[in-house]
Design a protein around this ligand. Structure first.
Ligand code: KG4
Ligand code: ZN
Length: 329
């Protein structure tokens, strides 16, 4: 059983083929970073147009990588929610057309569930996180802790009340003139910093499982308002911001793990590519007797493999979509 997975929810076009054993036969991502860089953020209309141009050639490259032609595809899976409406529509329309023409099942996949599934993607079954486990999903649009009882069964335990963690990285990078996308730029700039720390506020740190990142962003804004920062000062602000964001994420995740008795923790979503976050969660989880599971970095950012991989589980549960499938923004 080979499933083709299509991902177009935001600014990366993804296509991949995953087989029934969970092996990734092909996985291609076309990034739109250069297209959006001059604007300092994703421009939805430009993103949709770029998906239209890219999705079909990318799919054909994937088929070549896997040594297949279209008749070798057994089902077509696609992200249908959540995301930018115009972007989602490109993938959904393309997948519907393919499924109809091939006479194969269409599987609409939830993008957030697919991120959560990445802790098992390309990993031998004996190393999958067991159920139930705790998952911290940190991306450009979401910062949510889930109790995961199955690949299609998650319960949110807490979420951001304002900005997502990735959004805060992106906005702080913009404030400091570090460019787009902000997450990797901040990690790079902060790398190896060993000077004095600015103790930025850590909003909502001491109670509950919800997050708030807009207060941290505002604290950075207040710190730099009216000043012309030297290069060293920019590095200090960047490193101190990253340290505060990671501290909040790890502290709250470990509190939830302890309170809900969940000793296996997965870290997923675009921000899970952040090396200091990976290291800090792994270290502090171990101190608390928990095990952290980190996805392969190539599956941290949006990709088609997580869509195709999770679609096998949808299919096993009979969750097949009709050709009336619509994008849900
Ligand atoms: O999951 P993703 O590719 O798209 C969404 O569904 O949002 O996540 C993108 C986010 C962006 O905010 C980006 O700045 C952030 O992930 N990101 C990082 C790193 N790499 C990507 N944040 C911090 N450190 C990184 N190394
Ligand atoms: Zn995503």
């Amino acid at each position: 059983m080979r499933i083709l997975g299509i991902e177009t929810s935001c600014d990366d076009t993804g296509a991949a083929i995953v087989d029934g054993a969970g092996s990734v036969l092909a996985n291609r991502v076309s990034s739109q970073t250069e297209l959006h860089r001059p604007y300092g953020g994703v421009v939805p209309e430009l993103a949709s147009r770029a998906h239209i141009e890219t999705v079909d050639p990318l799919t054909r490259l994937c088929l070549d990588d896997a040594g297949l032609n279209l008749s070798g595809v057994d089902a077509v899976a696609v992200t249908y929610t959540p995301g930018l409406a115009g972007c989602l529509l490109v993938g959904v329309s393309y997948a519907k057309a393919l499924a109809y023409a091939l006479g194969k099942p269409l599987i609409g996949v939830n993008h957030l569930e697919a991120h959560i599934y990445t802790s098992a993607l390309g990993v031998a079954p004996e190393n999958h996180p067991p159920f139930p486990h705790l998952s911290l999903l940190v991306s450009g649009g979401h910062t949510t802790l889930y109790r995961v009882d199955g690949w299609t069964k998650q319960t949110p335990l807490g979420s951001t009340r304002d900005d997502a963690a990735g959004e805060a990285f992106d906005k702080v990078a913009k404030l400091l003139g570090l460019g787009f996308p902000g997450g990797p730029a901040i990690q790079k700039r902060a790398n190896g910093y060993e000077g004095e720390w600015i103790e930025f506020t850590r909003p909502m740190m001491h109670h509950g499982y919800d997050f708030s990142f807009s207060g941290l962003k505002t604290a950075v804004m207040n710190e730099i308002r009216g000043r012309t920062l030297s290069e060293d000062e920019i590095t200090q602000v960047t490193a101190s911001f990253q340290r505060a964001a990671i501290d909040v994420l790890v502290t709250k995740t470990l509190r939830a793990a302890r309170d809900f008795g969940l000793n296996h923790i997965t870290l997923v979503g675009g921000v899970s590519a952040n090396t200091p976050l990976r290291e800090e969660l792994t270290r502090r989880a171990a101190e608390q007797g928990c095990i952290a599971y980190l996805p392969d970095r190539k599956y941290a950012m949006d990709n088609g493999a997580m869509i195709a991989g999770l679609a096998h589980h949808y299919l096993a549960e009979g969750k097949v979509s009709s050709l009336a499938l619509n994008a849900v923004a």
